[in-house]
Design a protein around this ligand. Structure first.
Ligand SMILES: [Zn+2]
Ligand SMILES: [Zn+2]
Length: 447
């Protein structure tokens, strides 16, 4: 039994989010995707919090559901943006806050009000409280509140961000660092990059979608499994403490993180460095050669995640340090050689695969997506578990081929930079991709 969880998304009360994003839309999208556990998100927002309290029913301690979608479980996480000055530098850090209960949320909200936070203005409020003071405040309210720095590598708004972050967890959280049990990788980095960082060696890595609309749910996710394989575990039984116990790697935890589901990191919009407006895009090597100043506008480049990770890495993992193992369906799981870390899989969302197969037609792709997820199974089942025969029967030969290529990790990538999403393609043929991006595609050969 597995729990596929998406622990960081947004409601319609956050900026730039689809107006459809209420709890019902979230639950519906989660069940189509095959997500068992999703966050309510945004619980500091007064109107959204009322929607949560009016509709969610407690299932187990800290785990909630909607009457209309009894097999999708909710947990309470919310994102807070801290903007403050530390060491003469402006810091902008986003943190994900896990709350054990609705009653705990109420206490946090009251405290934030007292600090003058404007909670009505956005589902992801901005506060002037430092990350460390925020953590201190939360732990005083309830020691089972968890704080996880989110999308930890993006240049803006993150713990390790090149523009307004820190070089280490210690620098950001000081003596409270021991309460940081995990970081969220974000779309532009994958676990391998994070395995290179010494201070993350004994910490968990979680992945989530940060979705702003239903279809984007689960584009990254964290999968929880029973800690002991023969443990009689029923999916209807888990509690908030089981989930955070897994993230904290508590000795007595019933669950553990089994693996994470990732984007190909090149698809993220800050993988490489550059300037979007100046049409300058550098990989890490080019940054080393040409420097960090833009040759067009002479301002500092937006240093991407690949570069930033290299700067902070204590070791560099190569292909021979990794292990590639397949499940029955042929899906590749990437491990470190010693199997000390949790493995991961890299996927392309089914709708993107269908769009490529249908020559870019979103209408056809959406029709096929709806058909497949209604007749065959959930999206994650199709991408990760269904046999090639079943996929071909339901979706045709081209879809089988495409999913096999993704499972083999043999996709073509064209990395994103300075806010521009990268492109990941399954079939090489079309010249359009190459000319549109002006870049030569390369085969993703697993580093
Ligand atoms: Zn977010
Ligand atoms: Zn420039």
């Amino acid at each position: 039994m597995q729990i596929i969880a998406d622990l960081h998304i947004h409601s319609k009360y956050s900026r730039a989010v689809s107006q459809k994003m209420d709890l019902f839309e979230i639950a519906k999208s989660a069940s189509v995707k095959g997500i068992q556990l999703v966050t309510t998100s945004d619980w500091t927002h007064p109107l959204w919090f009322r929607h949560i309290k009016d509709n969610l029913i407690e299932k187990n301690k800290g785990i909630y559901f909607l009457k209309q979608y009894p097999s999708v479980y909710f947990l309470l996480t919310t994102e807070i943006s801290s903007i403050y000055t530390q060491g003469d530098k402006v810091r902008r850090i986003h943190n994900l806050i896990f709350s054990p209960l609705i009653e705990t949320c109420e206490k946090v909200i009251k405290k934030l009000h007292g600090e003058g936070a404007k909670l009505m203005s956005d589902g992801r409020p901005i506060v002037g409280i430092s990350s460390k003071d925020l953590l201190q405040m939360l732990l005083e309210i309830d020691e089972n509140i968890l704080l996880v720095p989110c999308h930890a590598w993006t240049p803006w708004f993150s713990l390790y961000g090149s523009k307004s972050g820190f070089d280490s967890i210690d620098e950001c959280f000081g003596e409270l660092s021991r309460h940081i049990y995990a970081i969220e990788t974000g779309l532009s980095s994958d676990p391998i990059m994070n395995w290179q960082i010494k201070e993350l060696e004994n910490r968990s890595i979680i992945s989530s979608s940060d979705a702003h609309s239903g279809p984007k749910l689960g584009r990254e996710a964290t999968v929880f499994v029973p800690k002991i394989s023969n443990f009689e575990f029923r999916i209807s039984n888990f509690t908030y403490n089981d989930i955070i116990g897994a993230i904290r790697q508590d000795a007595g935890a019933k669950l553990k993180i089994g693996y994470t589901i990732e984007f190909f990191p090149e698809e993220g919009k800050y993988h490489w460095s550059g300037h979007r407006a100046c049409n300058i895009r550098y990989n890490a090597l080019q940054v080393k050669e040409k420097g960090e100043i833009c040759p067009i506008c002479h301002r500092p480049l937006t240093i991407g995640v690949e570069n930033r990770v290299l700067d902070l890495s204590q070791k560099i993992l190569k292909n021979e340090d990794l292990l590639f193992l397949k499940n029955k369906a042929g899906l590749t799981f990437v491990y470190d050689k010693e199997k000390k870390r949790k493995p991961f899989v890299s996927l392309i969302p089914l709708l993107e695969i269908l769009t490529e197969i249908n020559d870019g037609s979103p209408t056809k792709a959406l029709r096929e997506y709806d058909g497949l997820t209604a007749s065959l199974s959930s999206e994650f089942d199709i991408l990760m578990r269904k046999s090639c025969e079943e996929i071909e029967k339901a979706g045709g030969e081209k879809l089988r081929q495409a999913i096999e290529i993704v499972r083999d990790r043999k996709v073509f990538v064209d990395p994103g930079y300075d806010g521009v999403f990268g492109q990941v393609k399954i079939f090489k043929s079309d010249e359009k991709t190459t000319s549109k991006t002006g870049a030569k595609e390369k085969q993703q050969t697993l580093f």
